[in-house]
Design a protein around this ligand. Sequence first.
Ligand SMILES: NC(=O)c1ccc[n+]([C@@H]2O[C@H](COP(=O)([O-])OP(=O)(O)OC[C@H]3O[C@@H](n4cnc5c(N)ncnc54)[C@H](OP(=O)(O)O)[C@@H]3O)[C@@H](O)[C@H]2O)c1
Length: 275
Amino acid sequence: MRGMMDKTVVVTGGTGGIGFVAAQRLAAAGAKLILVGRDPQRGAAAVERIPGAQFHAADLGLMSEVRRLAAELAALPRLDVLILNAGAIFARREVTAEGLERTFALNHMHYFLLANLLLDTLKRSAPARVVLVASEAHRRARLDFDDLQCARRYGAWRAYKRSKLCNILLARELARRLHGTGVTANAVHPGFVATDFGARNPSFFSVPLALAKRLIAIAPEAGARPLVNLAAAPGLDSVSGRYFDRGLESRPSPAAQDDAAARRLWEESARIAGL
Ligand SMILES: NC(=O)c1ccc[n+]([C@@H]2O[C@H](COP(=O)([O-])OP(=O)(O)OC[C@H]3O[C@@H](n4cnc5c(N)ncnc54)[C@H](OP(=O)(O)O)[C@@H]3O)[C@@H](O)[C@H]2O)c1
């Protein structure tokens, strides 16, 4: 690990799963951790297990909450690593109070808006890193700019795969826009990991997923390792816009290498967020 002593690291979805274990590892290396999650009880339990960590409560599926969180984090003197990790899958199509489909709102818009609102802090702290937790699930996805939020045809995996494709396109576009600033952005697939992912769904959806996890998933400790690596490995200060499948750099799908789509997604997201 590069020197993480006194580095400030924000982890969204840091109260459970992969994010929590990554936070533990980075704290053990000397970093100051700021964990973000929805549930104050889980937040309190998490900071109790990570010395010096702070918790900020926010429902990241709502842009108003992302803005409130960013305003709270604006007080940070520096931000060395932003790990965009909170994500979920929803068996049925649901719409947030702000009118966005929930997968798109949580898995993509929170990454887009929080990164944008913290860009100045990151630039001021350069060399700094943005780590976007994506997934190999992106491989069969295509973006449909006429129906980004799956209003015409919803499927849980369809919406999820698209959101993970958005994560890789966002890492690419962030890297392009941040070129020369000393801030990098990379996307990572953690592996198929035995966490609570997908558990908060009706049993027709959650039970088969739980079974698959029991049979073939890796432990959260192994799933967190690639995040920690991207956040802290020395020698990555000038590596940006790339995709890593667990520990190794990998070529994402052709759709995830489409720079025109990355720009268009940025513009559309900015319009939705009112930036
Ligand atoms: N597990 C896998 O096999 C796998 C594979 C590929 C990619 N990923 C990606 O890895 C990331 C982390 O997933 P995980 O497996 O660690 O899932 P997890 O165990 O369900 O943890 C998700 C974390 O996100 C937080 N979260 C969920 N909804 C939130 C919301 N609306 N607002 C704020 N925080 C929220 C949760 O905290 P609270 O519920 O307390 O708010 C928790 O801390 C996701 O982006 C997922 O797509 C996972």
